[in-house]
Design a protein around this ligand. Structure first.
Ligand SMILES: NC(=O)c1ccc[n+]([C@@H]2O[C@H](COP(=O)([O-])OP(=O)(O)OC[C@H]3O[C@@H](n4cnc5c(N)ncnc54)[C@H](OP(=O)(O)O)[C@@H]3O)[C@@H](O)[C@H]2O)c1
Length: 328
């Protein structure tokens, strides 16, 4: 099988290399791609060295599966061309996520909805993935009416340049600004770009992607995205209102039974999820599980995951593994 990664030199691309190294996905030919400025650089996968090529060269090599992590513009231009060659494109950008006919996949929830002729498959936004994975079984059982989510997102969610800004500020060096303000010792209530309605593009992703993945246009979502000076791992405070009453022990049992979820919730021993411990892990961690007594059928959760792993690379490789199992 020929497997390509477009955006191999980026933060997600580097994590993809690690996840592919650990994965059992069959890779006979590996095709790493990035922009022209990176062409000719070397990357190592499973002990073999490969030259980085451009998307045009990668497309000519006709990969069977290509994971795109190079931003929306590259996906817009190149994903359809790869797909025309029969390649399955798994796209990490937001370019195709809300297109009706493009599947938006968190494998534990909806991999089975992928059809053989779906040659572009979208990976959801990192903050959406961790939230819907924690909520999917709860929704099946108690039916979510409304979600209020506030995120505490790490700088690695913005890419290499944002991590550099934080590191430079921390070292007291003149930093090239990826954000409009300092990020070290600060919190920015600003993820993505501002829209006319006052929300940001990252906040809208949480609304519309959640509805699409959980398969319910009725779910109301109110989101506030905040960028915090953490290098890796997104955290979320999530308040949920269900249609139906629930018992707390059923909530905990359902979370424990959800594939990919780890419950970390023991206030007496100060056990709760934190990004510093979620970094480098594939699971989504859930804690601070408590009833919201201010509304009927209300619940509060604290959800943490590594945005580069389950939020991007791991989820994409899981989709590739599913495709391999079903279609190759
Ligand atoms: N970071 C996250 O947590 C996260 C999570 C989910 C999804 N995503 C999405 O994944 C994508 C990549 O994010 P990132 O954080 O890895 O960004 P990044 O660190 O800035 O890396 C960008 C990658 O895209 C490549 N690239 C840029 N322009 C290109 C072009 N014209 N042709 C081919 N390759 C090009 C870059 O190659 P050069 O080095 O050659 O410039 C680099 O490999 C984005 O769409 C992002 O929204 C990111």
């Amino acid at each position: 099988m020929k497997v390509c990664v477009v955006g191999i030199t980026g933060l997600v691309g580097s994590e993809l290399l690690k996840v592919l190294n650990e994965s059992l996905l069959k890779i006979d030919v590996f095709i790493p791609a990035a922009s022209e400025k990176s062409a000719g650089k070397k990357v190592v996968l499973r002990g073999s060295e490969y030259n980085v090529v451009t998307p045009a060269q990668a497309c000519e090599m006709k990969p069977d599966i290509a994971i795109f992590s190079a931003g929306s513009a590259v996906s817009k231009e190149w994903a359809p061309r790869f797909a025309e060659n029969g390649c399955y494109v798994i796209d990490n950008s937001s370019q195709w996520r809300m297109e009706k006919e493009i599947p938006l996949i968190v494998p534990e929830i909806n991999a089975a909805t992928i059809q053989q002729n779906d040659h572009i498959i979208s990976n959801p936004n990192c903050s959406t993935i961790q939230m819907v994975l924690a909520l999917s079984r709860l929704h099946e059982n108690f039916c979510i009416r409304r979600i209020v989510v506030s995120t505490y997102q790490s700088v690695s969610g913005t890419g290499v340049k944002a991590v550099q800004q934080l590191m430079d500020e921390r070292a007291g060096k003149a930093a090239k600004k990826e954000y409009p303000h300092p990020i070290d010792l600060n919190c920015l209530p600003h993820g993505g770009s501002f829209l006319e309605n006052g929300y940001t593009s990252e906040e809208e992703k949480l609304v519309f992607e959640t509805r699409k993945i959980l398969g319910s246009e009725q779910i109301q979502v109110s989101a506030t995205v905040v960028r915090v000076p953490v290098i890796g791992g997104h955290s979320e405070s999530v308040n949920v209102e269900f249609e139906r009453p629930f018992e707390m022990e059923d909530i905990v049992d359902l979370l424990k039974e959800t594939s990919g979820i780890v419950v970390q919730d023991d206030p007496e021993s100060n056990l709760y999820p934190m990004p510093i411990y979620a970094q480098g892990k594939d699971e989504v961690f859930v804690g601070r599980i408590r009833r919201d007594n201010s509304i009927e059928n209300g619940l509060n959760l604290w959800i943490v995951a590594d945005n580069l792993r389950k939020g991007a690379a791991t989820n994409a490789v899981q989709i590739a593994e599913y495709l391999e199992e079903v279609y190759f």
